[in-house]
Every structure is written in C-alpha cells, then in structure tokens.
Design a protein. Structure first.
Length: 300
C-alpha cells in the first residue's frame, strides 16, 4: 500500500486524488472536487503566526485572486474557480500538529476562502477552528462568505476576529469580479452579526479595482458602509501584479472595460506610473476615512 493510503476509506496518496464531479454551481459551470490528504495543515505564515487552508482552489472565482499561484504547485486542467481540492484529513492532521505547536494567531485562510460553498457540507474549516480555539489559538477570519455566521457559536467569547473582504460597493462590479462570493449586503451583515455576538470585526477593502472602485466616490461609499455597521478595524490594499493575475484581469477588462485595459496595465507594471497612482489612491483613502471619522480604525 502506498504511503498515505488507507484501506476502506477515501484517502489516497497525493499523486492519485479522487476526482468527483460536483453539482455545485461555480462561475464557470460545474465544479470538479478532488479529495486529497495533507501531511500538514497548520503552516507558518508571513501574514500571521500561522495560516490554515482546508481547501486548495476556491469557487468564489475572483478575477483578481492572488491564490492562482497555487496552480504552479498543484496543476489543474480546470480554470481557477472551477475546482476544489478537499484536504479530507485536515482535522485529524491539525489535531496531530497541535500536540507540538505553540499557540498563536491563525489566519483563516490565506489561499482560499475557508467558508466557500463546499464548506457547508464538508465542515472542515469549522472543525479546525474548534480545535484551534480549544487549544488557545486566536482565529483571524477573512472571508467573502456569509456562511461564516454559522460558526459564530464557536467564536463568541473566545479568541477570534471576524473580517470580510470588500473590493467595491457596486453590486454589478462585484458580480463581475467575484462572481461566486456572497453579496456585498451579505458581507456587511456578517460584520453586523459578529458585532452583536461580541466579536471584534474588520473590513479589508481590497483589492481596489483601478479606475473603478478607487475613485473618491467609490471609496466614500465603502467607508460609509463601514461607518454604518461599526467595523472595528479597516484595511485597504491596491491591486497588485501577482503571478497569473494580470491574464485574468486583462481578459475581463477587454470584455467589459476595454478603455481601462491599458491604463490598468500601466499602474500595475510601469514603476513610475504605479508610484504616482498609489500616492493618489492613498490621498483619496485618507480623505474618505476622514469624512466618516474612521482614521483611527484604518491601516493602509
């Protein structure tokens, strides 16, 4: 028997994943789900003490998603957004790692949305969060999914921080750029409900879409929402030229906003143009935060 395989269940070695056609909808149609074991699940991270991802791939299908780089290490024939690899032994692996791991902050999740639709059935992220909390770790959630509200019973009164990502206040833009994510209104509901549960909350305005959601008007609309729901922490980040991102961004711009394709390319890849652009965006962000008296909550 190969290392990593077990008789009588769905485990296989990483070289021979089980491919299952899922009926779940994705931005590109059907989703291919593969079940694979993992050797580790709690990993050291530059973002936090640790990161944890129960899935490889994400059916939010965000056009700008930097996690597309994972395809360099885990090649898939399916386009980004149309596949998910389920780390079927995630909870068992975490339980083993926690025998030695020093408690710290855990980012959920760095390379997928831990609460994407498949989590409703698999419940791996929930199982891992429960173990982390019991062992004294702090769970830092960042999601675009209203499913996270299911797990507020785990987080209430414990070491947990719940944040959502919002790249635009415009519903039409959101459907184009992040077609599988929960609606903007649903994400705002997540923060409102988390506050009612006594949890610390945050909103990551990122990535700002060049010439679409980085205007003064758009930024003010986003900061107004943050003020209305009372998010504790706010962060802002521009669109970054990550590997594989420009190809998907360029395709969308060519279809929907052809006049913006070249200006967007410049602010991503021309060093001089990018410096000017980022300085202007910082000024607009600061002005929007000041208008709604949110400067003390903002990290840029």
């Amino acid at each position: 028997m190969k290392r990593g395989a077990k008789a009588g269940n769905l485990w296989r070695s990483p070289e021979t994943p089980v491919a299952v056609e899922s009926k779940a909808a994705s931005p590109s149609g059907r989703v291919v789900v593969r079940e694979t074991p993992c050797r580790t699940i709690l990993n050291q991270s530059s973002i936090s003490d640790y990161s944890l991802n129960c899935y490889t791939g994400c059916t939010n299908g965000c056009v700008y998603c930097y996690a597309r780089f994972m395809q360099r290490f885990h090649p898939h024939a399916e386009p980004w957004g149309a596949f998910v690899d389920v780390k079927v032994n995630a909870v068992e692996t975490l339980r083993r790692q926690l025998r030695r791991a020093r408690p710290g902050e855990v980012f959920m999740s760095s390379a997928c949305d831990g609460w994407q639709p498949i989590e409703a059935q698999r419940r791996l992220t929930r199982g891992c969060c429960e173990l982390l909390i019991v062992h004294g770790f702090t769970v830092n959630v960042l999601t675009k999914s209203e499913l996270v509200m299911r797990d507020f019973d785990l987080f209430a009164g414990r070491k947990a921080h719940v944040a959502v990502t919002i790249s635009t206040a415009d519903d039409r833009l959101s459907r184009l750029w992040e077609p599988g994510a929960s609606s903007i209104a649903a994400r705002c509901r997540v923060i409102a409900e988390a506050r009612r549960a006594g949890l610390r909350t945050g909103i990551m305005f990122a990535p700002l879409l060049p010439f679409l959601s980085d205007t003064s008007e758009s930024l003010e609309a986003m900061f107004e929402r943050a003020a209305d729901i009372g998010a504790d922490d706010l962060w802002v980040d521009a669109l970054n030229p990550r590997p594989k991102v420009w190809a998907s961004v360029s395709d969308l711009l060519r279809r929907e906003f052809p006049d913006l394709r070249e200006p967007c390319r410049r602010v991503l890849f021309d060093e001089g143009a990018r410096g000017v652009y980022l300085a202007e965006v910082r000024d607009r962000v600061a002005a929007a935060a000041a208008r709604f008296k949110l400067q003390d909550r903002l990290t840029v």
